[in-house]
Design a protein around this ligand. Structure first.
Ligand code: SF4
Length: 434
C-alpha cells in the first residue's frame, strides 16, 4: 500500500490495511512483489497527480499480473485518466474505501475493471472507517472530519472530498479509547477542514467539544490537532481549550498569504489583522505555544509589493515553521483562469526567500527553549545513528537524544534537557530513563 498526501489519507490507508489484515492478507512493503497494490492518491497539486501516476507505474513494473487499486483524491477528480493507465483494475474515489476488499474480489470474479467513483458533492454521510492500532507508529492520526465548504479559489479539494461531514462524537471517543488500550500515548485529530467539525450535526458539537471529551480518556497523554483554519480560534474557544490538560500547544494555522489583496483573490475568509490578533491571543493564553503555517507564493496577480507584505508579515509573526508552496494552477478552479499568472522563475525566487526566512525563524524559536527540560515522546531511532532516538516536545520541537544501551525508547515520554540546535532539530540529554 502506498499513501500520498495528507494525514487524512494516511488514516484511510491504515484503516484499509486493518481490513486487509482482518481478512487474512499479509501487508508487505510497496517495493516487494505483491498480489494486490493499493495506491491512495493525492491531487492537491500537479505534483500530487504526477507522483500518483508514478506509483501506479512502479506497482505495474513490480508485478505485471497483480491487481492494482487506485483510490483517493486523484481518482475522484480524474477517474478516466486513472482508468486509462495500463494495469489499473480498481478506480475508487474518496468515499467507500471500506469496500476495497469487496471490489478487489469482484475484479477476480468478473475479470474486468471496476470503477466506483460517486458524486461526493451530494454526500453528507461520514464514512465509517476505524483504526485499532497504527502499524509501525507511536503516534496515531485519527480522521474525525471530511469535506470542505470553503472553496478557496485555488483548491480542488472540495470537489474531491465533498461537503463537510463529521464522525459522531461517540465513535471518536470509542476509537481513541481503543488506541489508548493499544498503548498509544498521543493522537492527532485530523480532517480536511477540521475547524468545521460538527457543523453538519444536529446537536451543538464543535471541535472544542470533541477535544474536551478526548481529554478525559485515560491512557492518552497528548492530543494534537491537524492544520486548522485560524478563524476557529475565537475568544470563547481559546478560553475552553486553554483548560485542556492534554492538548499540545502547537497549532498549524494555514495563512497562505500575508497580504489582504492576495487573500481576497484566494477567497480566504480572514484579514492579516484578524490573523495577527488570533496569534497574539493564543500566545497570551497558552504557554510555550508554537505557531506554524503554510504559504503559497506566486499566486496569480501577486506583485512584488504583495509578496513583500507577506514576507514582512511572516517575519513579524515569527512562525516556528513555515511550509512554502509554489502556486500551481489546478484545472477547474477559479484561480487557474485568473489573469496575471506568475512566471515559474519568480515563484522559485520567492519560495527560496521564504525558505531562508523559515530557517532563521525556526532556529530562533528553538533557541528560546535551550537549557529547559521538556517531555519528549520518542518515536523512532534516528536514521543516522541507532544509539540515538528522535521525538517531539509538546510544542513540536524535534529532539534527538542518545538512548541507554539496548533500551528501546519508542513510545516513551522522557524528560529531556534541550542542549543545542543543529540542522532544524534540537539535540537533547535525557534526564530520567524509565
Ligand atoms: S479550506 Fe481552502 S485550501 Fe483548505 S481544503 Fe478547503 S478549499 Fe482547500
Amino acid at each position: 500500500m502506498f499513501t500520498l498526501g495528507c494525514r487524512v489519507n494516511q488514516y484511510e490507508t491504515e484503516a484499509m490495511a486493518e481490513k486487509f489484515i482482518a481478512e487474512g492478507y499479509n501487508i508487505v512493503g510497496f517495493d516487494d512483489c505483491a498480489d494486490v497494490y493499493v495506491i491512495n492518491t493525492c491531487t492537491v497539486t500537479n505534483m500530487g497527480d504526477k507522483k500518483s501516476r508514478k506509483m501506479i507505474h512502479r506497482a505495474r513494473r513490480k508485478n505485471g499480473s497483480a491487481i492494482i487499486a487506485v483510490v483517493g483524491c486523484y481518482s475522484q477528480i480524474s477517474p478516466e485518466k486513472v482508468s486509462n493507465i495500463e494495469g489499473v483494475d480498481v478506480v475508487l474515489g474518496t468515499r467507500n474505501k471500506g469496500d476495497i476488499i469487496y471490489l478487489i474480489k469482484r475484479v477476480c470474479l468478473e475479470h474486468r475493471k471496476i470503477i466506483e467513483v460517486n458524486d461526493v458533492l451530494k454526500n453528507r454521510v461520514f464514512e465509517e472507517l476505524n483504526i485499532d492500532k497504527y502499524q509501525y507508529r507511536t503516534r496515531a492520526f485519527l480522521k474525525i472530519q471530511d469535506g470542505c465548504n470553503r472553496f478557496c479559489s485555488y483548491c480542488l479539494i472540495p470537489f474531491a472530498r465533498g461537503a463537510v461531514c463529521s464522525k459522531p462524537p461517540g465513535k471518536v471517543v470509542e476509537e481513541v479509547k481503543k488506541l489508548a488500550q493499544n498503548n498509544f500515548k498521543e493522537v492527532t485529530l485530523s480532517g480536511i477542514h477540521i475547524a468545521s467539525y460538527g457543523m453538519d450535526m444536529k446537536d451543538d458539537w464543535n471541535l472544542a467539544g470533541i477535544l474536551e471529551e478526548v481529554d478525559k480518556i485515560e491512557g492518552i497523554e497528548r492530543v494534537r490537532i491537524g492544520s486548522i483554519d485560524p478563524k476557529f480560534f475565537t475568544e470563547g474557544i481559546i478560553n475552553r481549550i486553554k483548560r485542556l490538560k492534554k492538548l499540545c500547544p502547537h497549532f498549524h494555522l494555514s495563512l497562505q498569504s500575508g497580504c489582504d489583496e492576495t487573500l481576497r483573490r484566494m477567497n480566504r475568509h480572514y484579514t492579516v489583522l484578524e490573523y495577527e490578533k488570533i496569534v497574539k491571543e493564543l500566545r497570551d493564553e497558552i504557554k510555550d505555544v508554537s505557531i506554524t503555517t503554510d504559504i503559497i507564493v506566486g499566486f496569480p496577480g501577486e506583485t512584488e509589493e504583495e509578496f513583500s507584505k507577506t514576507y514582512d508579515f511572516l517575519n513579524r509573526i515569527e512562525f516556528s515553521k513555515i511550509h512554502v508552496f509554489k502556486y500551481s494552477p489546478r484545472k477547474g478552479t477559479r484561480a487557474a483562469s485568473m489573469r496575471k499568472q506568475i512566471d515559474g522563475r519568480i515563484k522559485e525566487e520567492r519560495s527560496s526567500k521564504i525558505i531562508e526566512l523559515d530557517k532563521k525563524l525556526e532556529k530562533q524559536f528553538m533557541n528560546k527553549f535551550l537549557g529547559k527540560n521538556m517531555d519528549v515522546l520518542y518515536e523512532s531511532q534516528f536514521e543516522k545513528n541507532n544509539d540515538y532516538y528522535e521525538g517531539y516536545t509538546p510544542n513540536y520541537i524535534k529532539v534527538i537524544s542518545r538512548g541507554k544501551c539496548g533500551q528501546n525508547l519508542e513510545g516513551k515520554i522522557l524528560n529531556t534537557e534541550l542542549k543545542s540546535v543543529k540542522d532544524g532539530c534540537v539535540y537533547g540529554k535525557i534526564k530520567s530513563f524509565i
